[in-house]
Design a binder for this molecule. Structure first.
Ligand SMILES: [Fe+2]
Ligand SMILES: [Fe+2]
Length: 176
């Protein structure tokens, strides 16, 4: 069965596996952002709650984009298990620190996949990955800018209130 499947696709087992791992990583990121949204909501940060809900939706779109590619190529896309999603966060700031760490980890993961594609001369998947590599510039930028608000505005007084209001207004311009 396994060999029959390989005859139907140019995707190697290794690339199919790492793409499925990335599908899971995007699903985990989506669940994490939704948990962050819920935490912000119940702590009075309603603008950030909306921002993280949007991030969660975007990560699901990323997951589906990868899922479709594996399926379109005749591979076996696996709907991932998402378990043990974090519920509590230490502080408002720590939510944003974790969000940036998550985005950096995703960028590194895509770099590793691109590296494997080059090593196995899979330029079809390598080309498909370009969208994600480019997308990570924006993802890291927005997450970093959000975290910087904590230093620029400061958390004292009405600081957290101001930070919360500013978070959804962060925009990445890819024109220069
Ligand atoms: Fe993503
Ligand atoms: Fe992301």
């Amino acid at each position: 069965m396994k060999d029959l499947l390989r005859l139907r696709t140019s995707l190697t087992e290794e690339i199919e596996r790492v793409l499925n791992e990335q599908i899971k990583m995007e699903a985990d990121a989506s669940a994490m952002y939704l948990a962050m949204s819920a935490w912000c909501d119940r702590n009075g940060f309603d603008c950030s709650a909306g921002y993280f809900k949007e991030q969660s939706d975007e990560e699901r779109e990323h997951m589906l984009r990868l899922f479709k590619y594996v399926s379109d190529m005749g591979g076996r896309a696996v709907s991932p298990d998402v378990t043990n999603v974090q519920v509590e966060f230490e502080s408002f700031r720590s939510v944003f620190e974790q969000a940036l760490q998550q985005e950096i980890a995703v960028t590194q993961s895509f770099n590793r996949i691109a590296d494997r594609c080059q090593k196995s001369k899979d330029y079809v998947t390598f080309t498909f990955l370009q969208w994600f590599l480019k997308e990570q510039i924006e993802e890291e930028y927005v997450a970093r800018r959000a975290l910087e608000l904590f230093d620029v505005i400061g958390e004292e007084g009405t600081g957290q209130y101001e930070i919360d209001k500013r978070v959804p207004k962060i925009k990445y311009e890819d024109t220069y």
